[in-house]
Design a protein. Structure first.
Length: 255
């Protein structure tokens, strides 16, 4: 299993990160991809990557909730890091209309700038799109070319939205929301193009049932995978195999 999206460098893991990583490995997690948030998260993320090379893997980007009036300063730091060393992806980036709509124009501008870097470095983008899925799909449709790939993380949209994403040759990240009773994913997941699905936790957030409301961690990927298997009437092994292959393709990992 691969957790394609986990913020395990966050303060919520400070006290027991080693135990969390041990549980992840015992559960069968091969790699954990760590999307960046902003300048405040870089040091902790890179330190974890240094301590666990090949297992904890950093990406570099600016989260839309960190896009404020001075977002250019944040982007300058991201750009500097992208020039210093290689990262497997640009992200976490995107749009967010849940908390605050004040800086949506700046979010769109930051999105376009980071897409340009993704094309320049030929790296996938990790897209956050909370309550802004349609506008973000439209943005990608406008910016799409052969050099642009990526994943819509924490997908909780419709079959129609999923089909638009698949047509763009983008991946869909399924996490804890897929296990929530009233999320409607029982109708959507059976219709997904499984060649474009990857698994994630978004740790420490959005823990799957039966841990909903508690701290999430990468070991819980299997709970998401099992729910996907149940909805599709497939074996757990089949779901793990295809989603692991998809993650390797997405992040250009040579197994």
């Amino acid at each position: 299993m691969i957790d394609t999206h986990a913020h395990i460098y966050a303060d919520q893991f400070k006290e027991d990160i080693n135990e969390v990583l041990e549980r992840s490995q015992e559960a069968g997690i091969e790699r954990i991809y760590m999307p960046n948030i902003d300048h405040t998260s870089i040091d902790a993320m890179l330190e974890l990557e240094l301590k666990h090379p090949g297992f904890c893997i950093a990406t570099m980007g600016l989260h839309p909730c960190s896009v404020k009036a001075d977002f250019e300063k944040e982007l300058y730091i991201i750009e500097e890091w992208l020039g210093k060393r290689e990262f497997v992806a640009i992200g976490e980036m995107g749009t967010d209309l849940h908390w605050d709509k004040t800086f949506i124009d700046q979010q769109v501008e930051a999105f376009k700038i980071q897409v340009a870097w993704a094309k320049q470095y030929k790296k996938p983008i990790i897209i956050h799109c909370r309550e802004s899925l349609d506008m973000t799909i439209k943005l990608v449709e406008q910016l799409k070319d052969d050099d642009l790939t990526g994943v819509f993380h924490c997908f909780n949209g419709s079959v129609e939205q999923a089909n638009r994403i698949s047509k763009l040759d983008f991946h869909i990240g399924l996490g804890g929301v897929s296990t929530f009773k009233n999320a409607g994913m029982d109708v959507v997941i059976p219709e997904l193009d499984m060649s474009k699905v990857v698994l994630e936790t978004d740790s420490p957030y959005l823990a799957p049932v039966p841990h909903r409301g508690k701290r999430n961690e990468p070991a819980y990927v299997q709970l998401v995978a099992q729910k996907v298997a149940d909805y599709r009437e497939a074996s757990l092994e089949e779901i793990l195999s295809v989603t692991t292959d998809n993650a390797n393709k997405l992040f250009q990992f040579d197994a």
